[in-house]
Design a protein around this ligand. Structure first.
Ligand code: NAG
Ligand code: NAG
Ligand code: NAG
Ligand code: NAG
Ligand code: NAG
Ligand code: NAG
Length: 537
């Protein structure tokens, strides 16, 4: 089989693939591959864990993304293609095969794992198995099949379809209220990908039931979008990028008659226009509020969204380092080829005025609304003000718990300010959600936060940026880059703690050390807790 593959690829080297990368898309593929090549293990046909924190165990998902890059590069005398086929086969061999398991059709997280759901290795959703792997692997397989079909052997393609059928069946058992799952149609990124992979698999295998299922999920996502022209999982340096990627597949690969093909491009354009409104070209960061983020600064932590921006505005302009593997969350650089092969298509969807806005900053305010059932009890109202050196974004929300709209307290950032100082540093402060009901008022240089259902026990807890300019912080006046003044009816003195990699009261927020500043209410307080931050610079 191997020799047949090599022979086939020889024919196609430099040949007529639909994907010919140019510009930054080509550079993203080449640079990410040059980096990932270091991790390839030809013995197992998989790549080693790229963040070097796993004693050289292998990683399924990153291996599949690497396979996309191998096929896009299609070099080394046919070896790239045979390695890609080896990875694809290896990953499908390990795919879970017992339809009785709730994780049927999902892919391993690492090949070293015991069988999920055994006594030594209990089935833990998002732990020992990850239901989103259906989509992360699936969208890569769809791309591989569509873009590189001509250089793949017939047997590999068949095996991929068989794999996608099982994956789609397993995926179809997901639902927001099923068995502790959370795949509501509002959980935009996997919902969008699931609609794409299921519809595509139904179409390719002639399974009308499966196709209809995919279109049904899509319709639910579209209905939510049509409410406010925003994704329910709103504004994330990581997940907005993944949603946009999923929408790319809707527009590019579904039959014209499909609701996905009909609506994918306009939802993509609408989402991208909002990104352009919230993107600060000078600060190279996405303004808040973020429904989900792992970081406070896209110049130090790789946000997947940057991968879509880079082909349009340039790598460093998108927040990425020229060598992104030194950044936090660098694992997402493994996506680079998978995004790069779609760059020509999705760039064509972005209107000129949106591209211009991404490149040239001018101060403005953006307002919008978002709804994430079943966790949002009311429509959320977002206001983001972007000034030259400071931007403030916040949302009024009323949710079933203080975990916020996505039921994910840790990644939820309802009120954020970021500023630039000291010739390029990014400072930030971030309200941590402690209540299910917050009202905000954002205006130039001012953030006003109130807890309508709060009381004397309410707290306003912030994380704020450390700085080399002042390593010892005793209060807001030591936070560098802007002057912050606190008013309202809170106790104006904050409790200050440090969270650090090597000590302090807490560990880092993901990879970020931070100053913890908490305001409580004065003794005997009655009324509505309110905290106002005024910024001067
Ligand atoms: C798909 O699932 C069936 C059981 O329904 C199993 O026999 C088959 O091996 C699976 N195929 C793959 C590619 O995992
Ligand atoms: C067709 O799709 C349905 C719905 O996902 C699934 O239950 C069924 O097993 C599929 N049929 C085949 C032959 O794959
Ligand atoms: C957002 O604004 C709408 C009015 O447009 C209002 O009905 C809703 O209650 C507001 N949401 C919150 C959480 O305050
Ligand atoms: C902050 O917002 C609350 C509630 O909307 C309002 O009552 C208060 O006047 C505002 N404070 C400032 C300083 O704008
Ligand atoms: C805040 O702290 C300062 C200095 O420690 C102190 O003088 C002041 O009384 C405190 N204010 C309140 C409201 O506790
Ligand atoms: C903060 O205020 C102080 C004194 O009021 C001023 O000297 C300093 O320049 C201000 N810092 C910034 C960053 O605006």
């Amino acid at each position: 089989m191997l020799s047949r593959v090599v022979a086939l690829t020889a024919i196609y080297i430099g040949g007529a693939l639909s994907t010919t990368l140019t510009g930054e898309a080509k550079a993203m593929m080449e640079d990410s591959m040059a980096w990932m090549d270091n991790f390839f293990d030809p013995k197992e046909n998989l790549i080693f864990e790229v963040q070097s924190d796993a004693a050289m165990n292998h990683e399924t998902l990153e291996s599949v993304w690497y396979a996309v890059g191998l096929l896009a590069r299609n070099g080394n005398q046919g070896q790239d293609v045979s390695h890609a086929e080896g990875i694809i086969t290896r990953v499908i061999d390990d795919q879970y095969k017992d339809p009785a398991d709730i994780w049927f059709g999902v892919y391993t997280k690492e090949p070293e794992e015991p069988y999920v759901g055994t006594a030594p290795y209990p089935a833990t959703r998002y732990g020992s198995w990850d239901p989103n792997w259906y989509d992360f692997v699936g969208t890569a397989f769809v791309t591989i099949y569509e873009e590189f079909g001509p250089i793949l052997s017939a047997s590999t393609k068949e095996y991929m379809l068989e794999s996608m059928v099982n994956s789609s069946i397993g995926n179809s058992r997901r639902g927001g209220d099923v068995d502790g799952d959370n795949l509501w149609p509002a959980y935009s990124n996997p919902a969008i990908m699931r609609a794409a992979t299921t519809t595509w698999t139904g179409v390719k295998t002639g399974n009308k039931t499966m196709q209809a299922e995919g279109e049904g999920y899509a319709q639910q996502i579209i209905d939510l979008w049509d409410l406010h022209k925003t994704l329910s999982e709103f504004n994330s340096p990581t997940y907005t990028g993944i949603s946009l990627f999923g929408l790319t597949l809707w527009g590019k690969y579904m039959p014209k008659s499909s609701i996905l093909a009909q609506r994918g491009p306009d939802i993509f354009r609408g989402t991208f226009s909002t990104v352009a409104q919230l993107w600060h070209a000078g600060m190279r960061n996405l303004a808040g509020p973020w429904d989900r983020s792992y970081s406070f600064n896209m110049q130090t932590s790789l946000g997947h969204l940057s991968l879509l921006l880079a082909p349009i505005i340039g790598r460093e302009e998108s927040g990425l380092r020229q060598n992104p593997w030194i950044m936090s969350h660098a694992r997402d650089w493994c996506w680079a080829s998978l995004i790069a092969v779609h760059a020509e298509y999705f760039t064509s969807l972005v209107p000129q005025n949106v591209k211009k806005m991404l490149k040239e900053f001018s101060p403005h305010t953006w307002r919008g609304q978002v709804y994430y059932p079943p966790f949002d009890l009311e429509t959320r109202n977002i206001t983001t003000w972007l000034g030259e050196k400071l931007m403030i974004g916040a949302q009024s929300y009323h949710t079933t718990s203080s975990n916020g709209p996505d039921d994910n307290n840790e990644q939820f950032h309802p009120a954020v300010a970021q500023w630039t100082y000291n010739n390029g540093d990014i400072g930030w402060l971030d309200l941590r959600a402690s209540v299910p009901h917050l009202l905000v008022d954002v205006s130039p240089n001012r953030l006003n936060l109130t807890y309508p259902d709060g009381d004397a026990s309410s707290v306003f807890t912030f994380y704020a940026s450390p700085s080399l300019l002042q390593r010892n912080v005793q209060g807001w006046s030591d936070i560098q880059g802007v002057n912050i003044s606190i008013s309202g009816n809170v106790d104006p003195n904050a409790t200050v703690k440090f969270a650090g990699r090597f000590g302090g009261s807490y560990g880092p927020y993901y990879d970020y050390n931070y100053w913890y500043l908490q305001h409580t209410m004065p003794a005997g307080f009655e009324g509505t807790p309110e905290l106002v931050i005024d910024f001067t610079y």
